[in-house]
Design a binder for this molecule. Structure first.
Ligand code: HSE
Length: 403
C-alpha cells in the first residue's frame, strides 16, 4: 500500500483527493498497489469536509512519517512549495506537482535532487491541465528532433476570449466566470498578463529542446489589449484571436520563446480550441505536426494528470524515469522580436502613411468600425521591422498572424 500526502487543499488538491478516492480500484490496478491518502496539509480548517480527518497543519508530520512515500505539492508559488518539495525529496519521498511556476524556475534543481536520491519529481499536470503532453513529448516523440512547439496554454484567457468572441461577454464578467469555475490562478494577473502561459512554454521548451529557458527572459504579452474591435476585424480576416505560447529553434544551438495574442486562421485546428480547452502543436522532424487537445485547467482534469503521475511514481520505484534538461549556454536564448510573421495592425493613421510604410497590405473593415482608424494585415516581417514601419502611426493593436 502506497501512502500519500497532499500539500495544499485548494482546487487541484481537493480534486486529487476526490479522484484518488473515487477511482481507488482503477488506480490500484494500474499502480499494482493500493494508494491511500494519509495526510492533507493546509493552513485552513475544513469543518464538515469529507477529507477533514486527514488535515494537518505542520509539514514536519509528513516529512518525518516513513510510511508516506509520495508527496503531492498543489500549493503553488515558489516559496513554501519549493521548501516543502526539497524537504520531501531529502526525506526520501517522491514529489508530484501541478506547480508550473516552480517547475519552470527550479525544476532542473529539484529533478537533480530527486535523481540523486533515486526518487521521482513528476509534473505532467504543470502544462495543459489534464492533457497528456509531458510524457508524450519525452517518450512517444523521443525519436524526433523537435523544432517548434506552440499552442493555447492557458484555460482562463482562452475562456475569456471565447466568451468575448462567441457571447459578447465583457472581459470582467468572463474573468469572474473563469474564477468561479476554478480555472484562474489565485492571482489571475498571472493568467491575464500571459505569465502562466510563459511558465508553461518554458517547460515545453526545456523538454523539447533540452536546455533551460528562464521565464524571466520570455516576453509575455497578455490579453488586456484585445478589444471587441480586434475581434471584429479578425473575423473579417477569417481568423480568431487566441493567446499563444510559442517556442522554436532559431539556429543550430539557439532557441526563443514568447507569449502573445495571435490572429489564428480559421483553417488552423487551434482556432477551434475554445473555452477552457488547451491545444498544443508539436512539430517533430520525423512526425511533422501533432496536436494535443483537452481541458487545460480545472479541478478534476488537473487532478487526473496529477494522479497519473502518482501511479507512475508508485510503479517505477525500482526503475525511475527522469525527465530532465541541461543548463543553457550563454547566447542560447535569442530575442523573439526576430521571429518573422505576418501582422495584423489597427492604427489611427492615413492611407498615405500606410502606403509609404508598406508595399502591400490587406485592409479589413466591418459595419460600425471606428472612422478614425484602419486595420490591415501585412506581409511577413520581424517585430522590430514592423514596429519601425508603423512608428509614424498611432498603433492601437498589433498582433502576429498564425496562418
Ligand atoms: N490558471 C491556469 C489556466 C490553470 O487557466 O490555464 C491551469 O494551469
Amino acid at each position: 500500500m502506497a501512502k500519500i500526502a497532499i500539500c495544499g487543499y485548494g482546487t487541484v488538491g481537493s480534486g486529487v483527493a476526490e479522484v484518488i478516492t473515487e477511482n481507488a480500484d482503477n488506480i490500484a490496478r494500474n499502480a499494482a498497489e493500493e494508494v491511500e491518502i494519509k495526510y492533507i496539509l493546509d493552513t485552513r480548517e475544513f469543518p464538515g469536509d469529507p477529507f477533514e480527518k486527514y488535515i494537518v497543519h505542520d509539514f514536519s508530520i509528513i516529512e518525518k512519517d516513513p510510511e508516506v512515500s509520495i508527496v503531492i505539492e498543489t500549493i503553488g508559488g515558489t516559496k513554501i512549495a519549493y521548501e516543502f518539495t526539497k524537504r520531501a525529496l531529502l526525506a526520501g519521498k517522491s514529489v508530484v506537482t501541478s506547480n508550473k511556476e516552480l517547475v519552470a524556475t527550479k525544476g532542473h534543481e529539484l529533478i537533480a535532487i530527486a535523481k540523486k536520491n533515486n526518487l521521482n519529481y513528476l509534473f505532467e499536470a504543470s502544462v495543459g491541465g489534464g492533457i497528456p503532453i509531458i510524457r508524450p513529448i519525452t517518450q512517444c516523440l523521443a525519436a524526433n528532433k523537435i523544432d517548434e512547439v506552440y499552442g493555447i496554454l492557458n484555460g482562463t484567457t482562452n475562456y475569456i476570449l471565447t466568451e468575448m468572441i462567441k457571447n459578447n461577454a465583457s472581459f470582467d464578467d468572463a474573468l469572474h466566470q473563469a474564477q468561479s469555475n476554478g480555472y484562474a490562478e489565485l492571482d489571475p494577473t498571472a493568467d491575464i498578463e500571459g505569465l502562466d502561459a510563459a511558465r508553461k512554454i518554458c517547460i515545453l521548451s526545456d523538454l523539447c529542446f533540452g536546455k533551460h529557458v528562464n521565464p524571466a527572459d520570455v516576453r509575455a504579452e497578455g490579453i488586456r489589449g484585445v478589444t471587441s474591435a480586434d475581434v471584429e476585424y479578425a473575423k473579417r480576416l477569417n481568423c480568431k484571436i487566441k493567446l499563444l505560447g510559442r517556442a522554436l529553434r532559431t539556429g543550430h544551438d539557439t532557441a526563443t520563446a514568447y507569449v502573445a495574442p495571435h490572429l489564428v486562421s480559421k483553417s488552423s485546428l487551434l482556432s477551434n480550441v475554445d473555452g477552457v480547452m488547451n491545444g498544443i502543436v508539436v512539430h517533430g522532424n520525423a512526425l511533422g505536426n501533432t496536436m494535443f487537445y483537452g481541458a487545460g485547467a480545472g479541478k478534476r482534469p488537473t487532478a487526473s494528470a496529477v494522479v497519473a503521475d502518482v501511479i507512475d511514481a508508485v510503479k517505477h520505484v525500482k526503475a525511475r524515469k527522469y525527465l530532465d534538461w541541461d543548463d543553457a549556454p550563454a547566447g542560447y536564448f535569442t530575442d523573439s522580436a526576430y521571429v518573422a510573421s505576418r501582422w495584423y495592425v489597427r492604427a489611427a493613421t492615413s492611407l498615405q502613411q500606410i502606403g509609404w510604410a508598406f508595399d502591400k497590405v490587406n485592409f479589413v473593415t466591418y459595419p460600425g468600425a471606428a472612422a478614425d482608424e484602419y486595420a490591415f494585415a501585412t506581409d511577413v516581417y520581424d517585430e522590430n521591422t514592423v514596429r519601425k514601419l508603423t512608428s509614424g502611426m498611432t498603433v492601437r493593436s498589433m498582433f502576429r498572424i498564425l496562418d
